[in-house]
Design a protein around this ligand. Sequence first.
Ligand code: FES
Length: 580
Amino acid sequence: MTFKPAEWPRKLRSQHWYGGNSRDTIYHRGWLKNQGYPHDLFDGRPVIGILNTWSDLTPCNGHLRELAEKVKAGIWEAGGFPVEVPVFSASENTFRPTAMMYRNLAAMAVEEAMRGQPIDGAVLMVGCDKTTPSLLMAAASVDIPSIVVTGGPMLNGWFRGERIGSGTHLWKFSEAVKAGEMTQDEFLEAEQAMSRSSGTCNTMGTASTMASMAEALGMALSGNAAIPAVDSRRRVMAQMTGRRIVQMVKDDLKPSDIMTKEAFENAIRCNGAIGGSTNAVVHLLAMAGRTGVELTLDDWDRCGRDVATIVNLMPSGKYLMEEFFYAGGLPVVLKRLGEAGLLHKDALTVSGESIWDEVKDAKNWNEDVILPVEKALTQQGGIAVLKGNLAPLGAVLKPSAASPHLMQHRGRAVVFEDIDDYKARINDDALDIDETCIMVMKNCGPKGYPGMAEVGNMGLPPKVLKKGITDMVRISDARMSGTAYGTVVLHTSPEAARGGPLAIVRSGDWIELDVPNRRLHLDLSDEEIAARLAEWKNPVEPPASGYARMFHEHVEGADTGADFDFLKGCRGSEVGRDSH
Ligand code: FES
């Protein structure tokens, strides 16, 4: 931790718009005064952009307009000038073909919104899955002082005396309906019970994972991740965040000071301890790519391998985010990592203090929610990175959500050429499949779907489910919802639509999955694979025009974070010439 605060007072970037009395200044300043701002607000105090992903169609962030008022209050109190700026909001549950296709678009739009406007510091108001990484990617590329405040998770879902988790029970109940164990009417009754309040998914899904990643990286105030959306302490957190960003601007404490290699390693280990989403892999790789930090899939395997999953939350465990908060939340987990020698204690956070200073006094109030290491859900948490002739650039699997008896498995492939082929045939009792088979789906990666949808946790065929079987090995180039579970190999790279070996697998081939040895092997000779690849024709047509075309042309593979090739790196906050 070598950060040295900048001198204060000094001229901030917003003064290039508002400072002095030139014609251009009067144009910038005078027009803003139509909102009734007094003249002395333009005296050089920090202008803080509250970048808000609120949208009626991003229900997980639907309360962020209201929460922004608390952020504003904090900024005023600390002597800043708050301006709320609505930014592109990619809702996980609404955007088609998949919100992931718009993460990079949101990151690009937010980056320009930050750089092109008179903002000295930014509060990133996020929540739903893609909103958190997209704004952090943008902040890393502009590198002005920035701080995350998330909207917080929904309250626990309850249905007939049972805790039900967002997403996790959607998958469970839909399988139960297929297996004849639940009626459609009961499923509909459970629908409302799942979403009891404002907020993000209440499982350790991708939203809670990314909120935890932001905190573990040091980009949010300590304790932010777990506070429920409707708890009064979420509002306090928003106000404290507003206060804090003003001082961060004065100190010139930037993302590049915080998002270091050590911070990313802390986040990866934290992901293992919380049983976090596989989606964190692509998001952290993309964020690191914006900072210039060298982070690879191998770092994920190296750092996560010996981390025990101690947070007993769905989908890997039993409880939900509300209980995680009551148990002490993420600071307890980070403290445990520190005590185990698995935390870079000196890593700097937005508070200006080290991460260890923030968490060293945390207390665990419920050892059934945050487990002792000897009672961990798995001693080998983290994300397993598999390699082999079926995934030369890597594939990922989440051991804490997988079935131990399938971690070493050899099976006959049943191949679906794409998601439509899967949907058309999976419910057919004539499909030649049983629980020993390995389901393979192609063309669901970044270019293939397009956008790399969360379809990798393919539902099992009804005839297998009816035997009481709930898991099979599944392999694809897709992602999986952070709320999902199963022995699911994801992000297989290179993806099929780029001509990766996944493209030439046929039904009847044999595949070996060996998680302990990190191996994914297609039982074919090199010659046979080369011959099939030589005659392979890409079934995926590039979109004719528009954003989809740009996405197809520029998206990189999942193994490096699926960012656009031209968006990598930090471009800083310098603006080109003025418009007048
Ligand atoms: Fe938005 Fe889960 S769908 S947080």
